[in-house]
Design a protein around this ligand. Structure first.
Ligand code: GUN
Ligand code: ZN
Length: 450
């Protein structure tokens, strides 16, 4: 479909530097799971994105648009590439970058053997700084410009993350992880009360500082006492109208669900455990949601929660299999995006997650096409994070976070593309055959960072 988007913008300041990015452009403005899919995107064969002060001020056909901006000082041109909104990773643990790819038998063994010892090392600010640096390099190299990120117990881990994000001016969400039981002493919060005081201090320091946003993050129900979940829920509710998030794991694996049932025998399901403490609400983001009952989907829909589908992690850890058709059931849809869940996920690439999402669906006799997949990776992620008015689309007024996908990332794929039809067939080839990185360039707030 060739739908031309060419809106004029009121925030253009003549005389100030203007940047242009020219090439094939694809961006979603609506949810193809809920609306006619081909009405949900704009595709321009030869387009331009016009950027000023970090924001998109115009986008449209190159020939019709460029003449309106005689003071474009710098123009990047991409051939054999597709320009899309920067990818959004709705669930990832930056602190697990040093142990990605560690052998796992079950989720709970893997946590004990590799994850908890690694996270314990973040008490050292120097170590946290080094990992944050590497994490941002990986994210931006792979075209991810926003992520919803677990730090760990220590303030050092949160400061290191946001300090690095500020350096790039990326729009990021993170926070201190609340965890006061069923962990090694080296990682455990000293008390529920103290942990929430620390979380609030970090919230006040980082929330809405530049593009940074804060989340209240109880790791998952088994690693918090009821008192910690209660205090976390109170903190979240105090700040929910200032756009603070709640981020946690939910219904990832059967062994985890069984454990939660043992710990909270009076609650009818796992979602109710969180809900009873005020943690299930309009800015809650739940990672995984593989084994979810109808009642739970109803609650997640009613409370307007976001869900992060993490297919490479679910395959790697042998958890449940996500059912996107339940998440997007038209009578009770949830906001849905994609998460790498690094270090459970085995790479930082959102396009590679899409290849895995297809396989997870196929194993259940379903499929998911490239159109819907790219939506989940961009606008769907923005909706999951309630940021769909700022990021996830290429249109005037949006923040200029952009990824440039290489349509010919290897000699073989370049040859294979001779036999692919429209842009979605090409994207499907990339999701399926793509090497580790198919990203050619990344822009954050209009600045080229990769
Ligand atoms: N559940 C609780 N903590 C974790 C974690 O670090 N990774 C994953 N995949 N699941 C979890
Ligand atoms: Zn996780």
């Amino acid at each position: 479909m060739m739908k031309i988007q060419n809106q004029t913008n009121s925030t253009y300041s003549p005389g100030m530097p203007v940047k242009g990015i020219r090439g094939q452009i694809l961006s979603f403005h609506d949810d193809p799971f809920l609306k006619e899919p081909h009405e949900c995107y704009d595709y321009i064969d030869d387009g331009i994105i016009v950027i000023q002060n970090g924001n998109i001020i115009d986008s449209g056909e190159y020939q019709n648009t460029v003449c309106k901006y005689p003071d474009i000082t710098d123009l990047d041109v991409y051939d054999d590439a597709l320009i899309v909104p920067g990818f959004i990773d709705c669930h990832v643990h930056y602190v697990q970058s040093p142990m990605i790819g560690s052998f796992g038998d079950t989720l709970l063994d893997w946590l004990k053997q590799y994850t908890f010892p690694t996270e314990s090392m973040f008490v050292d600010k120097g170590f946290a700084d080094e990992v944050a640096r590497e994490f941002f390099q990986q994210l931006l190299k792979h075209g991810t410009t926003t992520a919803n990120v677990f730090a760990t117990t220590f303030e050092t881990s949160v400061d290191a993350f946001f300090e690095e994000s500020e350096r790039y001016d990326t729009r990021m969400i993170s926070g201190k992880v609340l965890q006061d039981r069923n962990l090694p002493d080296s990682l455990k919060d000293r008390s529920a009360e103290e942990s929430v005081v620390l979380a609030e201090r970090l919230l006040k320091k980082w929330h809405r500082r530049g593009r940074q946003l804060y989340a209240v993050i109880p790791r998952f129900a088994p690693t918090s006492t009821p008192q910690q979940l209660r205090l976390a829920g109170e903190l979240y509710q105090r700040y929910i109208d200032q756009d603070v998030y709640m981020h946690t794991h939910l219904d990832e694996a059967q062994s985890e669900i069984d454990w939660v049932k043992e710990l909270y025998p009076d609650q009818s399901n796992y979602t109710e455990v969180y809900r009873s403490f005020g943690l299930v609400d309009k800015r809650s983001v739940m990672a995984h949601c593989c084994i979810v009952t109808d009642e739970e989907w109803d609650t997640l829909h009613r409370c307007d929660c976001g869900v992060a589908h993490c297919p490479s992690s679910n395959l790697f850890l042998g958890d449940g299999m996500f059912r996107y058709w339940e998440a997007k059931k038209r009578s009770r849809p949830v906001r849905l995006g994609i998460g790498t869940d690094v270090g459970g996920g085995t790479n930082f690439s959102i396009p590679r997650q899409l290849g895995d999402a297809y396989k997870v669906a196929m194993l259940q006799s379903r499929s998911i096409d490239a159109l819907k997949s790219l939506y989940l990776a961009t606008r769907g992620g923005a909706e999951t994070l309630h940021l769909e008015d700022k990021i996830g689309s290429i249109a005037p007024g949006y923040e200029a976070d952009i990824a440039v996908i290489d349509l010919k990332p290897s000699e073989f794929i370049a040859w294979r593309m001779n036999f692919a039809g429209d842009i979605f067939e090409k994207l499907f080839v990339l999701m399926t055959l793509g090497p580790d990185n198919i990203n050619r360039a990344t822009y954050v707030s209009g600045r080229k960072v990769y």
